[in-house]
Design a binder for this molecule. Sequence first.
Ligand code: HEM
Length: 105
Amino acid sequence: SAQDAALGEKVFLKCRACHQIGEGAKNAVGPVLNGVVGRKAGTYPDYSYSDANKNSGITWDEATLKEYLKNPRAKVPGTKMIFPGLTKDDDIDNVIAYLKQFGAD
Ligand code: HEM
């Protein structure tokens, strides 16, 4: 079922290759995702974003994250997030529920 953070934690295994989240998280291949829901794109401190991400004008809310996670390069042409996207809507909803558990540092 949609918006299940525990299922979302399993989906997040696909993200963990590049992203850290939670206490002590550090920028890696991708930026720290603490507090990402509600954050302006390209603003996590000390991470070297692409211009495409930085200048996207996006604020990451549930709607924009849904579009991005379905097809990152369609939502942000030129992004350096090389990830094909999640195909299942439930996986997207659940991973967003998981992300929401982590507030800004
Ligand atoms: C950026 C989420 C998988 C590499 C981002 C951003 C979000 C995100 C929300 C934008 C952050 C911001 O603007 O501060 C996710 C989620 C994933 C996932 C939920 C799994 C479903 C991956 C994977 C990789 C990756 C597997 C590496 C292969 C990156 C990179 C950026 C980024 C390099 C920076 C993009 C840029 O500056 O253009 N990710 N990501 N992500 N992600 Fe991911």
